[in-house]
Design a protein around this ligand. Structure first.
Ligand SMILES: *Cc1c(COP(=O)(O)O)cnc(C)c1O
Length: 224
């Protein structure tokens, strides 16, 4: 029950209004169930297969988030149940999510992932790519997805300044977009930044959602 104590301790340090996504990748269903039974129901995974397996094994009122890179050909497996995809980084992927959501007659919420770290990465949009999705005339036809905000991951560094700057930069981008009324009032509202190592910095920079694994469950054994 260590993880339950950890999450209760963590929740005390998080201002109200910030949503905690418990990142449960590599953890067993039993470990997740302990937290669920303590009353906590929002979990995030980064692999489609693992997410789908856990969805089938665990209580159906869990709110499942996909936080890892999502390939278009795998969207169909999670479309029946996923609540929020944090990692959308192309219009094509949005279209596929929309299509699969429509088959399931449900709306899937999506965050656009923006690449803010120094490290090279195949994933995440640059500012231009983000702009072109948000201004795309095709968006209005996607009635089964809802873009509710942005997601970002800071550099792997101990340099607090660098991390703060990256988070702040994304918050400014977020505010710019929110200001322009591309979306319905209240729709564009989430900023998902901050993991175990940097969530305190993220909170200072004005985010709405943090994604925490290690601080709750302890160190992970690396995924293959
Ligand atoms: C694993 C992961 C997290 C959680 O990382 P911790 O350092 O264990 O808190 C958050 N976001 C994403 C996208 C992840 O893959």
């Amino acid at each position: 029950m260590k993880s339950v104590q950890n999450i209760q301790g963590l929740l005390k340090t998080i201002p109200p209004g910030i949503k905690l996504v418990v990142v449960s990748k590599t953890r067993t269903s039993a470990e997740i169930l302990e937290i669920y039974q303590a009353g906590y129901k929002i979990f995030g995974e980064n692999r489609v297969q693992e997410l789908t397996d856990k969805y089938h094994r665990l209580p159906t009122d869990i709110e499942w988030h996909m936080v890892g890179h999502l390939q278009t050909n795998k969207v169909k497996y999670i479309a029946p149940f996923v609540h929020l995809v944090h990692s959308v980084d192309s219009l094509k992927l949005l279209q596929v999510i929309n299509n699969e959501a429509s088959k399931n007659n449900r709306i899937i919420e999506c965050l656009l992932e923006v690449h803010i770290a120094r490290e090279e990465s195949k994933f995440g949009l640059d500012r231009e790519g983000l702009k072109s999705i948000i201004q795309s005339p095709d968006l209005k036809d996607l009635n089964f997805i809802r873009i509710t905000g942005l997601m970002g991951m800071a550099s792997f560094t101990d340099d607090v300044q660098v991390i703060s700057q990256e988070f702040r930069g994304l918050r400014h981008t977020f505010e710019e977009i929110a200001k322009h009324n591309y979306f319905s009032p209240g729709q564009f509202r989430e900023l998902s930044m901050g993991m175990s190592g940097d969530y305190k910095i993220a909170i200072e920079e004005g985010i709405t959602m943090i994604r925490i694994g290690t601080l709750i469950f302890g160190e992970r054994i690396a995924q293959e």
